[in-house]
Design a protein around this ligand. Structure first.
Ligand SMILES: *Cc1c(COP(=O)(O)O)cnc(C)c1O
Length: 372
């Protein structure tokens, strides 16, 4: 028997940005008890997972696509699988994907797997904001067109996982529409955390991540798209006419889907409180900049993921016998987790979904640690 134990969720305030949006509400935990056996969502399947009425998978997909304001929604194992499905189904081998320089590694790997080339759109400024030059999409596309290269897809990272910079997707959507190239918006860090309206953002396709931002167990995600892409994305097998090729028939056959569905009401409610989340985030930045932390990325924060440059921690580490581990260690003593052990030059954190008392406790604890 393997030793399987984790107390981070029960005993600590977890500041890990990739995990803060994936914490399950009690209702989702309860649903797990009913569906923990393998293939348990398939009791009433008539050949298509996404048409199952009990549990109400079909209804859920209608509701969630309406909520994001996109024509269709399909289940995936995560944002990366969604991106690969999009690239593989709508691009041709050798096509270019034009993407932003803050794109997630999985965007590059998905393109590689789909045998596509990538062209990057750079920054308006590197340090300290690393803001993407959205108008630059035009230039990169023009250059490729001048060379007679075929562009299959325009991809923008709505909020990136390094700086937590929010991009104005409409601008890129407009460029994509003018050029007649499909526009994929990577919403791994946004759908389920903050309001997203696909049509307003001029997205043709959207990928989201259930375990990162929709309070679901891993692996899970939803691919949203407009009707015109259905023929390519949902193409069915010749031999098995009910089975969609890109999805190998069906994807989420169990708990990740159940938790995605069980958390949906909770997620819709929390998204409405996004302004309050931004207030908490900005409070953390204001307070910790007073003790020498420097927030990198666009200011003021428009997303809960915060990257701090922390020279002050680095200086303390030089004098402390625990070296870089002192910070992790001191946080742990105070019941705070989710910060990478041993790292002191930069730290990433999020207080998404914490109570104000907890946010204040985190801020005061860090102040106390830095002043030791
Ligand atoms: C986390 C993240 C991903 C990967 O999401 P998965 O659902 O685990 O595939 C992709 N893109 C961005 C921007 C991310 O932050």
């Amino acid at each position: 028997m393997y030793y399987l134990h984790r107390n981070l969720a029960r005993e600590f305030i977890n500041l890990n940005p990739i995990q803060r949006g994936g914490i399950l509400p009690a209702d989702a935990k309860k649903a797990i008890y009913e569906f923990w056996d393998g293939y348990s969502v398939c009791d009433f399947c008539q050949g298509k997972l996404e048409e199952v009425d009990n549990p109400p998978i079909k209804k859920f997909l209608e509701d969630v696509s309406e909520w994001i304001n996109m024509d269709r929604a399909k289940l995936t194992y995560g944002a990366r699988e969604g991106k690969y499905i999009v690239m593989h189904s709508i691009c041709k081998e050798g096509d270019y994907v034009v993407l932003d320089k803050n794109a997630h590694y999985t965007s590059y790997v998905a393109a590689e797997k789909a045998k596509l080339n990538v062209a990057e759109v750079g920054y308006v400024e590197e340090y300290p904001t690393y803001k993407i030059n959205l108008e630059g999409y035009k230039e990169v596309i023009d250059n490729l067109e001048d060379k007679n290269e075929s562009i299959g897809l325009i991809l923008l990272t709505h909020v990136d996982g390094n700086f937590g910079n929010l991009n104005d997707a409409k601008k890129v959507g407009k460029i994509a529409k003018d050029k007649g190239i499909p526009f994929l918006l990577n919403c791994a860090y946004t759908v389920g955390r903050m309001p997203v309206d696909g049509k307003k953002l001029k997205a043709d396709l959207i990928v989201s991540s259930g375990h990162k931002s929709m309070a679901s167990s891993a692996p899970s995600g939803i691919l949203f798209y407009e009707d015109e892409f259905d023929d390519l994305i949902a193409k069915t097998s010749e031999r098995y006419p009910k089975k969609e090729i890109e999805f190998l028939g069906c994807t989420l056959r169990g708990l990740p889907l159940i938790t995605l569905m069980a958390s949906f009401d909770y997620v819709k409610e929390r998204v409405k409180k996004w302004d309050e989340e931004l207030k908490k985030t900005r409070y953390v930045v204001d307070e910790l900049e007073k003790i020498g932390f420097k927030q990198l990325g666009i200011k003021p924060k428009e997303h809960d993921l915060i990257l701090f440059e922390t020279k002050i921690l680095d200086e303390i580490a030089k004098k402390d016998k625990r070296k870089g581990y002192f910070f992790y260690d001191e946080l742990k003593k105070r019941g705070i987790g989710g910060i990478k052990p041993g790292v002191t030059k930069e730290i990433k954190m999020s207080v998404y979904g914490l109570e104000w008392e907890q946010v204040e406790y985190v801020v005061n604890s860090i102040k106390e640690i830095v002043q030791i």
